[in-house]
Write a protein that binds this ligand. Structure first.
Ligand SMILES: NC(=O)c1ccc[n+]([C@@H]2O[C@H](COP(=O)([O-])OP(=O)(O)OC[C@H]3O[C@@H](n4cnc5c(N)ncnc54)[C@H](O)[C@@H]3O)[C@@H](O)[C@H]2O)c1
Length: 265
């Protein structure tokens, strides 16, 4: 028996990183998942996990892509219990002064299109099905959703916006749909940058990260599976809505002299 037996999920950004790890965990917990990504990599998940996963290649910054993802779940399983908005891109921590003013509108549109508009479109597309199932929404925020220096101006502002989305949607959809988020600190992934600024892929983990974390370990992407599973569970998270779960290896309580009080002892 899995914690998510019988639940159906649409999860975006499933092609790699945290999203891929959460799909694996959800499948292990008994859920069936429509795994959405802009890359074909998402097809590898159905090869690995069989009928528990249906891959959908779609741009989640479009209405059409989100409608297709939700329709795929409803056509296959007749219901939708959980929408996970996890797809994201980065600005590679580019400071405002290094972004030419005339490039800013396009970069803003591109980054906010994926990090903020996409979860809004996804929830809108899933709304009727989630209300019918008394389901849940989970959005992936970031340490950058409540602090500076987890990204540049675009990424940090976008992740602050995700926290606003969680709170507002939790209010608007209560009592029928629970809406929560996960704010990871670091995970060893390679996020795509904005093409508007000519950026490629960027390592999420920088030199010195391990030593800077109070918990002194860079967590694997699998480490986030449990938190996403908790929020999807009607039994275990039935009293939670409008909440961001901080999963940041202690970044928010980092010390000045030592990252953690017992580091180096
Ligand atoms: N890795 C970290 O250190 C870290 C820290 C805090 C928050 N996050 C957040 O975690 C989430 C997952 O990122 P990750 O680190 O696993 O990186 P990742 O690049 O491995 O995963 C992001 C996925 O989103 C997909 N994607 C991007 N744009 C898309 C679009 N328009 N339509 C559909 N899919 C799209 C990518 O193809 C990729 O598979 C993001 O929201 C990111 O901001 C990551």
């Amino acid at each position: 028996m899995g914690v998510l037996d019988g639940q159906t999920v649409v999860l975006t950004g499933a092609g790699s990183g945290i999203g891929r790890a959460v799909v694996r965990r959800y499948a292990a917990e008994g859920a069936r998942v429509v795994a959405v990504d802009i890359t074909e990599r998402v097809g590898e998940l159905s090869a690995e996990l069989g009928e528990a996963v249906i891959p959908v290649v779609a741009d989640v910054a479009t209405w059409e892509g989100n409608v297709r993802a939700v329709r795929t779940a409803l056509d296959a399983w007749g219901r939708l219990d959980v929408f996970v908005g996890n797809a994201g891109i980065t600005d590679s921590a580019r400071p405002l002064e290094d972004i030419p003013g005339d490039a800013l509108p396009a970069a803003f549109g591109e980054l906010f299109g994926v990090n903020v508009l996409a979860p809004m479109l996804g929830v809108r597309a899933a709304l009727d099905a989630l209300i019918a199932s008394h389901g849940a929404v989970i959005l992936t925020g970031s340490f950058a959703g409540s602090s500076a220096a987890g990204g540049g101006v675009l990424y940090t502002a976008s992740k602050h916006a995700v926290e606003g989305l969680v709170r507002q949607l939790a209010y608007e959809l209560a009592p029928d749909v629970r809406v929560n988020g996960v704010a990871p600190g670091v995970a060893p992934t390679r996020l795509r940058g904005t093409s508007a600024l000519g950026q490629g892929m960027a390592d999420s983990v920088l030199d010195g990260t391990k030593e800077a974390l109070p918990l002194q370990e860079v967590p694997d992407t699998d480490a986030y599976g449990g938190v996403f599973t908790l929020l999807a569970s009607r039994t275990d998270a039935g009293v939670m809505t409008g909440t961001m779960i901080t999963a940041d290896s202690g970044l928010a309580i980092r010390g000045i002299a030592r990252p953690g009080g017992r580091v180096g002892r």
